[in-house]
Design a protein around this ligand. Structure first.
Ligand code: FES
Length: 102
């Protein structure tokens, strides 16, 4: 069971935007899709691309380096069922975005 820590504020993450946050040596990518905030591991499992810099298509982020795709809410990838990118639970408290870190 992880603990929820504040990684950003809702004001910093308008609808349609993304933000990269480092916490305790791990990179997180936060996304706001239609007002729903999601948090995934920010490093692409292919070759380490920065997922927070990728374009969003609906709930899918495209890695800016070679275009691998991940659903920001489930971590699933259309490139294969074996690819399951880490997703972290998110809670909103007032303006704070709290992410359940390992
Ligand atoms: S590093 Fe992400 S697709 Fe290659």
């Amino acid at each position: 069971m992880g603990r929820f820590v504040k990684l950003a504020t809702v004001s910093e993450l308008p609808i349609g935007s993304a933000k990269e946050v480092e916490f305790e040596g791990r990179i997180y990518a936060l996304f706001n899709v239609g007002g729903v905030i999601s948090a995934i591991d920010g490093i692409c499992p292919h070759q380490g691309g920065p997922l927070a810099d990728g374009a969003l298509e609906g709930t899918t982020v495209l890695c800016p380096w070679h275009g691998w795709r991940f659903d920001v809410r489930t971590g699933a990838s259309p490139f294969g069922p074996k690819i399951k990118h880490p997703v972290f639970a998110v809670k909103i408290e007032n303006d704070d975005i709290l992410v359940e870190v390992p």
